[in-house]
Design a protein around this ligand. Structure first.
Ligand code: PEP
Length: 261
């Protein structure tokens, strides 16, 4: 984390929370994070709760995102949601290429590329997820996999567009498993990602790039992960479903940012 950046802590609520439950959780997060500007908190509820969550955090610094987007603006695409519709509902961010989407819904680096471009065209900041499987890690293919994913999805963007993208390194074997990457494992990959950005877009873009870590982040492991130089915040799944644990993670990220680096 450089001095100019602030940590980003994003909570991916996946397919959890009714509208009423989402409102309650967003209100609890807002109560626990009054006007704190030193970090960016992003709540990412299911589509049905976006507007309600947006209302619940109005007047605070907390931002709202969506979990997916389709690349077309409108048309006969039953079940899909466009970037325009997400903007209208109050989103500033959208997660693209989450491993669960890749695994269960056939997302590829090519669909990630198209979705990222569509999001950017409508002023949504994409949070693009990349990460290796357990087999890839065990076969020593982690860095090759990461490089391929970046080259096929976001490295065709212009510098201006790429500068709007947040990346989330999420090793698949660490998502929802309770088994997080060690700080050293996260740092190795995230430093590699930054070096690729540097080679492609130059030092300034690389230094400003936000690279989140995601995969079983909890209050108990957040500080040690956040202390790593190339960990700029977190994409949190399970632990974002309770305000207390999500806020505790955000506080640990701030603590790391405020003095321990
Ligand atoms: C996620 O959904 O992006 C995630 C990292 O989940 P969890 O924190 O539950 O591993």
């Amino acid at each position: 984390m450089t001095a100019l950046k602030k940590p980003v802590i994003a909570g991916n609520w996946k397919m959890y929370k009714t509208i009423a439950e989402a409102r309650e959780l967003a209100e609890a997060v807002a109560r626990g994070w009054p006007q704190v500007k030193a970090a960016t908190l992003i709540l990412i509820p299911p589509f049905t709760a976006i507007q309600e969550v947006k209302k619940a955090v109005s007047g605070t610094e907390i931002r709202v995102g969506a979990q997916d987007v389709f690349w077309e603006e409108k048309g006969a695409f039953t079940g899909e949601i466009s970037a325009l519709q997400l903007r209208e509902a109050g989103c500033d961010f959208v997660v693209i290429g989450h491993s669960e989407r890749r695994q269960y819904f056939g997302e590829s680096d090519e669909t990630v590329r198209k979705k990222t471009q569509a999001a950017l065209a409508h002023g949504l900041q994409p949070v693009v997820c990349i990460g290796e499987s357990l087999a890839e890690r065990e076969n020593g293919q982690t860095l090759t996999r990461i490089k391929d994913q970046l080259e096929r999805s976001v490295f065709s963007l212009t510098e201006a567009d790429f500068s709007q993208v947040l990346l989330a390194y999420e090793p698949i074997w660490a998502i929802g498993t309770g088994r997080n990457a060690t700080p050293q494992q996260a740092e190795e990959v995230q430093a590699f990602i930054r070096s690729l950005i540097k080679a492609k877009y130059g030092n300034k873009v690389a230094d400003c790039a936000i690279i989140l870590y995601g995969g079983s982040v909890k209050p108990s492991n957040a500080l040690s992960l956040a202390r790593e130089k190339d960990v700029d915040g977190f994409l949190v799944g399970g632990a974002s479903l309770e305000a207390d644990s999500f806020l505790a993670i955000a506080r640990e990220a701030l603590r790391a940012d405020e003095g321990l680096k």
